[in-house]
Design a protein around this ligand. Structure first.
Ligand code: AMP
Ligand code: ZN
Length: 488
């Protein structure tokens, strides 16, 4: 799909201006996007993964609109403190101490776990994963370049003075004075409560597992510095879009913006490009009322937990797509089950088409209005809830060419990423980790039950059904999707 004149403009909500704005690329025909990636000190929870599903849908939409996409996601393996401001310990150091492992091993393990979730959710690989510890020399150079005019040194590190740039905190819409909401003066000697460390010195007499020499002594970079450096190094300032979860709108991104202004673009933020990126986009949170989202709560909501309970990970992607990315999304197991059913319905429709034919090269006039409506929905600040309903309308169309229909569905799925052409019933049926009975044994009991029913021996049929129920198998007679049974 190209950005033809007939299409409505692609508009996106810019957190910096709090307005929906047309997307105008910095480099014609291109889209350069940076997404704040995970801090790899623990497994991601499914809320974290909502941030990457959102960034993926954004990237896929830009591709659908014909832009050549360069997407960068970072991996933070140093510098993120337990508090987003300057308080607390380094999350990585703390986990390494708790698990008695090296930070490098911790980072490797959780990076791989994060990548497994990325693959399971059918999130496309970005052009580049930037790993923070690979960029420390560039971080030191960046800090050196802005230190004289914008920073001051304290015994604990090099601090950025937020009064040295225009419009500090505009992204957060927070007061810029020292009473700014949520700012706690954690470090003695800071000039303003919102000032933040761009280099953290290792305290005398201590050794950190990760530390580097710098003009300000041995130590480690601040978390905000990392993203400024990696985004600018790979994409160049200004680039098009910077993404993250809505929590980053308050501290992390305002601080990145301040550094970017100091580094490259001294003007104020009435021109958003001075922030380093033209658009700042934020996904709202996935929330869970009982507190299972928090990583400090023993069994928190990891994607693997959903899989262990027998939910295909793409049911979670479906759940994300059903909500607009700027709305809060409440997680519930019932909601997840409903999303799985919706996914099953689409997969069954596509499987029936695939049994007849392969996708055509394109589609005729019968499908064009649907593609237009689909394109208009995703171009309207990524309105995936509406786009999904258009896809379902196409899936339900009768008496149309099946090959064209498959091609139209494939084009829509290239944006939504539900992997509809590859999935089938067997792939969707995940075995709960706790299940003791095998699929073959279930099918065997069901075959005997069918015989009993054919012989009108309903007592035997009921007994076989109870036998399955005792092993957590629900028999689904007359399921409209032909699902027959469900485990767990
Ligand atoms: P972190 O690894 O803590 O830096 O978080 C990774 C990403 O997940 C960031 O973009 C966060 O803003 C985002 N995030 C954190 N919690 C949630 C949540 N409950 N729902 C959606 N996004 C979240
Ligand atoms: Zn970041």
């Amino acid at each position: 799909m190209t950005d033809a004149a007939s299409q409505p403009p692609l508009v996106l909500f810019n957190s910096l201006t709090r307005r929906v704005e047309p997307f105008v690329p910095v480099h014609p025909g291109e889209a350069r996007v940076y997404s704040c990636g995970p801090t790899v000190y623990n497994y991601p929870h499914i809320g974290n993964m909502r941030a990457y599903v959102f960034a993926d849908v954004l990237g896929r939409t830009l591709s659908f609109r014909g832009y050549r996409l360069t997407h960068v996601i970072n991996i933070t393996d140093v510098g993120h403190l337990t508090d987003d401001a300057d308080a607390g310990e380094d999350k990585m150091e703390r986990m390494a101490a708790a698990q008695q492992q090296s930070i490098w091993d911790i980072a490797e393990h959780y990076k791989q776990a994060y990548w497994a979730d990325v693959r399971a959710l059918n999130i496309r690989q970005p052009a580049q994963w930037t790993v923070a510890t690979d960029y420390v020399p560039q971080m030191i150079d960046f800090a050196r370049g802005i230190a004289d005019k914008h920073c001051y040194e304290l015994p604990s590190g090099l601090y950025f003075d937020v009064s040295t740039v225009a419009d500090y905190g505009r992204l957060a819409r927070a007061a810029t004075d020292d009473e700014g909401e949520g700012r706690i003066e954690a470090v003695e000697g800071k000039r303003h409560a919102a000032d933040f460390a761009i280099w953290r010195k290792t305290p005398p007499g201590e050794t950190r597992q990760m530390e580097w020499d710098s003009p300000w002594g041995r130590g480690a970079p601040g978390w905000h510095l990392e993203c400024s450096v990696m985004s600018g190094a790979v994409l160049g300032f200004p680039f098009d879009i910077h993404t993250g979860g809505i929590d980053h709108r308050e501290i992390h991104h305002p601080n990145e913006i301040a550094q970017n202004q100091a580094h490259c673009c001294s003007g104020d933020l009435s021109d958003p490009a001075n922030s380093g990126a033209r658009l700042w986009m934020h996904n709202n949170f996935l929330v869970e009322r009982s507190g299972k989202m928090s990583k400090s709560s023993g069994e928190f909501l990891r994607l693997q937990l959903l899989i262990d309970k027998g939910y295909h990970p793409l049911a979670y992607r479906m759940m994300c797509l059903q909500a607009h990315y700027r709305s809060e999304l409440e997680f519930s197991w019932d909601g997840l089950a409903a999303a799985l059913t919706r996914l099953k319905r689409l997969v069954m429709a596509v499987s029936a088409l695939k049994a007849q034919t392969a996708p055509a090269q394109g589609w005729g006039p019968r499908f064009a209005p649907y593609l237009d409506r689909f394109g208009a929905a995703v171009s309207d600040d990524l309105n995936t809830p509406v786009a999904l309903t258009v896809l379902e309308e196409v899936a339900a169309l009768k008496k149309v060419d099946p090959a064209e229909k498959l091609a139209a569905i494939a084009a829509m799925d290239a944006v939504l990423g539900l992997d509809l052409l590859a999935l089938d019933r067997t792939a969707l049926r995940l075995r709960p980790a706790a299940a003791a009975i095998s699929e073959a044994a279930i099918e065997d009991v069901l075959a005997r039950r069918k015989e009993a029913r054919a012989a009108k021996d309903f007592a035997a049929s009921d007994a076989l059904r109870d036998e399955l129920a005792a092993q957590d198998v629900e028999v689904m007679d007359g399921d409209p999707l032909g699902w027959d049974w469900r485990l767990g």
